[in-house]
Design a protein around this ligand. Structure first.
Ligand SMILES: [Fe+2]
Length: 441
């Protein structure tokens, strides 16, 4: 299948400034083109129909204690929200209370003022368990909102001041029913790090409190699936100013089985990475992106990549809980994958580490700068839609402006090479099985 054929699904849309050139022709440059000042990923909010149960499942599965709450016990009669935290990673789970109870109060008691009963119910009915909001901390959420809207962003919620002039929250539409939420802090005395947002209170550390920690530290990238890449990329680029950080087409990954084209957008610091995928048609198997779009009833967040400080430890802990309320993983690659891995990454990983990757089913990929260790869970809810990726990036250490040693964003890539490597190793493995069955017959 040629590139032209794959690009017909949106990437050559009329009037588009965006053109998919493929991995080999892509040159990475950082034009520092952000239209407003972006700091980092702040949190990810899931909308669900019961926040208590969903939050506990993720807490146990990922080793993220539930640290803050905003619910009936804190005076919030509108929605129940629980915040899970591990390092800099914040996951917020929100569900509606009874609309009649909520409207009985004269003033809104919601801590997330953009919460809407109708929207939340419609959202969960349409998408199942899914991400509603990708929140980024910006210098000024009022400016981020007005600049975004003046550059074509569809507004979702105008800036709202929270608490005692402590923080500002605003939202614009990202893709599907997902919003990009801007958060900024106004009050220098507000303890943003531990308090999160006004209206949230610490969960009491009683004797049953589990101080879980499997080593997950931050959100590396949040990926969206869209029906057409060009308009989605154009749209987000136009109002954020984010630049293209990486891309690959189905042809690049060396097997037509992947069924996707992908582009990664990044902010100036490249610490906020927003990849987007579109389906490619005409492959032997149906594109997994197309399957997602059907089950999710449109565009939405496909996966969240969580960076671990020790992927071996994270995986040991997570796998222990797979069958008892935690998350299950995609099937591990065949032994041939790990035999080939010694040739591919023997200079970076020791024999012991390669053995550990094999035991835990971890995949390894490289780019020209570093190495990526990655593994994917099975879909985390009922539908074959959202899943989680656990990663650890190795290499690319550099000094920042303050002389602090930091890892370069996106070091080791996003796992492009694993498509073809997995395909190759499965083929090799199947051959060994064939020779085995022919020798026994
Ligand atoms: Fe990823």
């Amino acid at each position: 299948m040629g590139t032209e054929a794959m690009l017909t699904n949106g990437s050559t849309a009329a009037g588009s400034t965006f053109k998919l050139v493929g991995f080999k022709n892509f040159t990475r440059v950082n034009p520092m083109s952000d239209k407003f000042s972006v700091k980092r990923f702040h949190h990810v909010e899931f909308w669900c129909s019961d926040a208590t149960n969903t939050a506990r499942r993720f807490s146990w599965g990922l080793g993220m204690p539930i640290v803050l709450k905003s619910d009936l016990s804190t005076g919030n009669a509108t929605h129940a929200s629980y915040l899970l935290r591990s390092g800099q990673l914040n996951f917020l789970f929100t569900a509606p209370y009874s609309p009649s109870i909520s409207t009985n109060t004269s003033t809104s008691t919601a801590s997330i003022p953009t919460f809407s009963h109708t929207d939340c119910r419609n959202f969960t009915a349409s998408h199942g368990l899914a991400v509603r909001s990708i929140a980024i901390e910006v210098e000024d959420a009022e400016i981020a909102f007005s600049v975004s809207v003046s550059h074509g962003a569809k507004p979702s919620t105008s800036p709202i001041t929270l608490g005692n002039n402590d923080a500002v929250l605003s939202e614009v539409k990202l893709y599907g029913d997902v919003v990009l939420r801007y958060i900024s802090y106004k009050n220098p005395n507000y303890d943003a790090l531990s308090s999160f947002l006004p209206g949230f209170e610490p969960v009491e550390k009683t004797s049953t409190f589990l101080d879980l920690d499997y080593g997950i530290r931050r959100l590396d990238h949040a990926v969206g699936n869209v029906p057409e890449l060009a308009p989605a990329v154009d749209y987000v680029k136009s109002f954020t100013g984010f630049h293209e950080f990486a891309e690959f087409t189905a042809e690049d990954v060396g097997t037509s089985e992947s069924g996707l084209n992908s582009v990664v957008l990044a902010c100036n610091s490249e610490m906020v990475l927003l990849p987007m995928n579109e389906p490619v048609y005409g492959t032997k198997r149906k594109s997994q992106i197309q399957t997602y779009l059907e089950h999710n009833e449109g565009a939405g967040v496909q996966h969240l990549a969580l960076a671990s400080e020790d992927i071996f430890r994270s995986l040991r802990e997570m796998r222990k809980r797979s069958g008892v309320g935690g998350f299950e993983f995609m099937p591990s690659p065949p032994p041939t994958y790990y035999r080939n891995l010694k040739k591919r990454a023997g200079d970076v990983l020791s024999d012991e580490q390669i053995k550990e990757c094999e035991e835990l089913g971890i995949l390894v990929d490289r780019d020209d700068q570093g190495t990526l260790l990655q593994i994917f869970t099975k879909p985390v809810g009922d539908r074959p839609t959202i899943f989680i990726e656990i990663i650890q990036r190795v290499g690319c250490m550099m000094k920042d402006d303050d002389g602090k040693v930091q890892q370069k964003a996106g070091c080791g890539g996003f796992g492009k090479g694993n498509f073809s490597e997995l395909f190759k190793s499965i083929e090799e493995y199947e051959k060994t099985l064939e020779s085995r069955s022919s020798s026994t017959t």
